[in-house]
Design a protein around this ligand. Structure first.
Ligand code: ADP
Length: 163
């Protein structure tokens, strides 16, 4: 049984993340989506909100054998605790590569038994990020092709609460 860990901020989950999850599921029997508690950037949604939204989206989409967890601390420690030897990440443009390259080498240095594997973005999502989605929604733009409707609704509600 092959098992991999897909970590991220998921602030919020987008169609780009969902695409990576679906494709990773074709390669691995089980996938653990790990929502990081304290990413280096500050988040719009709380940890609970990010994790709940991810859970609801995957349940609504009917994607089986995906577990959702939250974690704090070193990613390699989380992977070890989960009994996982593979970390899945997505690659979009050049700027992703520099960061992912550094992270992968650092993680291998910390634990040489854990490999990072990268899924190239699909063309239609190559420009898509959680930040872009939030930015467009903040100014009233249409994000229906970027995120599932329940994420759109969650963003709408949260922006309303904040104003
Ligand atoms: P992080 O803050 O850890 O980068 P994100 O939630 O922004 O968390 O992203 C998690 C992973 O998903 C990263 O590897 C990122 O490159 C990847 N990712 C995000 N959006 C896309 C997309 N549109 N296409 C492919 N990969 C993506």
């Amino acid at each position: 049984m092959t098992r991999a860990l897909y970590p991220g901020s998921f602030d919020p989950i987008t169609n780009g993340h969902i695409d990576i999850i679906k494709r990773a599921k074709k390669v691995f029997d089980q996938l653990v989506v790990a929502v990081v508690k304290n990413p280096s950037k500050s988040t719009f949604f709380t940890l609970q909100e990010r994790s709940d939204l991810t859970e609801r989206v995957l349940r609504t989409d009917g994607i089986p054998d995906v577990e959702i967890i939250t974690y704090d601390g070193l990613l390699v420690d989380c992977a070890e605790k989960q009994g996982v030897e593979t970390i899945v990440r997505g690659l979009r443009v050049n700027s992703d590569f520099d960061y992912e390259f550094q992270m992968a080498l650092t993680n291998r240095d910390l634990n040489e038994d854990i490999e990072s594997v990268f899924f190239m973005t699909s063309g239609e999502y190559s420009f898509l990020s959680s930040s872009i989605v939030k930015e467009v929604k903040r100014y009233g733009g249409d994000i229906s092709s970027f995120v599932p409707s329940l994420v759109d609704k969650a963003l709408e509600d949260k922006f309303k609460r904040l104003t």
